[in-house]
Design a protein around this ligand. Structure first.
Ligand SMILES: CCCCC/C=C\C/C=C\C=C\CC(=O)SCCNC(=O)CCNC(=O)[C@H](O)C(C)(C)COP(=O)(O)OP(=O)(O)OC[C@H]1O[C@@H](n2cnc3c(N)ncnc32)[C@H](O)[C@@H]1OP(=O)(O)O
Length: 332
């Protein structure tokens, strides 16, 4: 099996089965997948791939089965698309706590890509089907006692998820209906708007330091862009998990609503955002986020190596094992 082009990723329509051009021949000259323009970094869709659809949902592309356009679910995420509004909902349903395993992340990226390629879809609401939990963040078992190859594959999938959500042209709204630590918080922070259930038992934040690990620079950049340097610095150092009312005060989320109003409110906010001309909003979003996206894109391999060497340290493995043990004791 030949290696694939460095440009190859879930942004290519042939993903996960690389087409002939995506595969490097014995010359090992990188040949980008022709479906992905060479100038477009992996994980970020070019603006031109999304047609302007201001004012109405565009027509379903010919050839796509209607049922697929309305709802699809593989395993861990339920996706529903309302074609009349152009709004899809991605509902995480991976018990017990929607942890972001490699399988979850892969399914997430494929589902989001399907929606990106569907002209009828202009906005996505991310929410959870698991009571009281939005997402428990990265699946810690993926970072414990595994091979370096596994760590590399896992971390690439985490990067891909962030590049896809943060770089997404569609309007992304997080309807946070439960606790949302670390990677779960990152997903919400990467959206355009965050609505959380008004319940002080639900908390959100980047708590990595509590696990003895360090939030990567692109987690930190995303956080700073939402709440500003000072709040991010204090919250990150302390590994703070903010109860919903505090999260609102700090600007980690944009508004709180009673649980029963969450989906209705998310739909109303989405309608406001979709009332803007797509092209103007998309270019503005891209302008605001480009620097932060480019930083990871240009250091992607380095970041993977950094993750591998950090995670492989015995002291880090020990911290993660102790944290998992603490969770198990608490639950059992
Ligand atoms: C300069 C150097 C920079 C280098 C950068 C390198 C590295 C950075 C690396 C990583 C970044 C990581 C970001 C992350 O996302 S780490 C994950 C952080 N997540 C958490 O801390 C959440 C932990 N979980 C909880 O707090 C609770 O489970 C939760 C509030 C979500 C739910 O509580 P509840 O009481 O309902 O459920 P529990 O009984 O606690 O859990 C049920 C079951 O699920 C297991 N579990 C929980 N969370 C995780 C998880 N994140 N991964 C894997 N498994 C998880 C838990 O152990 C229970 O299992 P069991 O006992 O039933 O077997």
């Amino acid at each position: 099996m030949f290696p694939v082009s460095p440009n190859y990723g879930s942004g290519c329509p042939c993903f996960p089965t690389p087409c002939a051009q995506a595969v490097l021949g014995s010359t090992s000259t990188p040949v980008p997948c022709p479906a992905l323009p060479a100038c477009v970094p992996p994980g970020v869709l070019p603006l031109s791939r999304r047609p302007p659809a201001w004012g109405r949902a565009a027509r379903q592309p010919p050839g796509l089965p209607l049922a697929l356009a309305r709802a699809f679910s593989n395993n861990k995420i339920l996706v529903e698309l309302d074609e009349s509004s152009g709004v899809a909902t991605m509902k995480f349903k991976s018990p017990p706590v929607n942890s972001l395993s490699l399988d979850f992340l892969t399914e997430f990226c494929i589902s989001l890509e399907k929606l990106e390629n569907n002209r009828a879809c202009r906005g996505v609401i991310l929410t959870s089907a698991i009571p009281k939990i939005f997402s428990s963040g990265l699946d810690i078992t993926e970072m414990c006692g595994k091979s370096t190859e596994h760590y590399a594959e896992f971390w690439r999938a985490v990067q891909e998820m962030w590049l896809r959500v943060y770089g997404c042209n569609m309007v992304m709204i997080a309807a946070v209906n439960g606790s949302s630590p670390a990677g779960g918080c990152l997903i919400a922070l990467s959206c355009d708007y965050r609505i959380m259930v008004d319940n002080p038992k639900f908390s959100i934040g980047l708590n990595e330091t509590q696990l003895g690990i360090v939030a990567p620079f692109w987690f930190k950049d995303t956080f700073v862009n939402v709440v500003g340097q000072r709040i991010a610095e204090r919250s990150l150092q302390l590994g703070a998990l903010h109860p919903a009312p505090e999260a609102l005060k700090l600007g980690v989320v944009d508004e709180l609503v009673p649980e029963e109003k969450l989906q209705e409110r998310a739909a109303a906010v989405m309608a406001q955002w979709l009332a803007l001309p797509d092209h103007a909003r998309q270019i503005t979003k891209s302008m605001m986020r480009k620097t932060v996206l480019d930083r990871l894109i240009s250091h992607r391999e380095e970041d993977i190596q950094h993750f591998i060497s950090f995670t492989s340290k015995e002291s880090i493995q020990k911290s993660l094992r102790m944290y998992m043990e603490m969770l198990r004791k608490k639950s059992g």
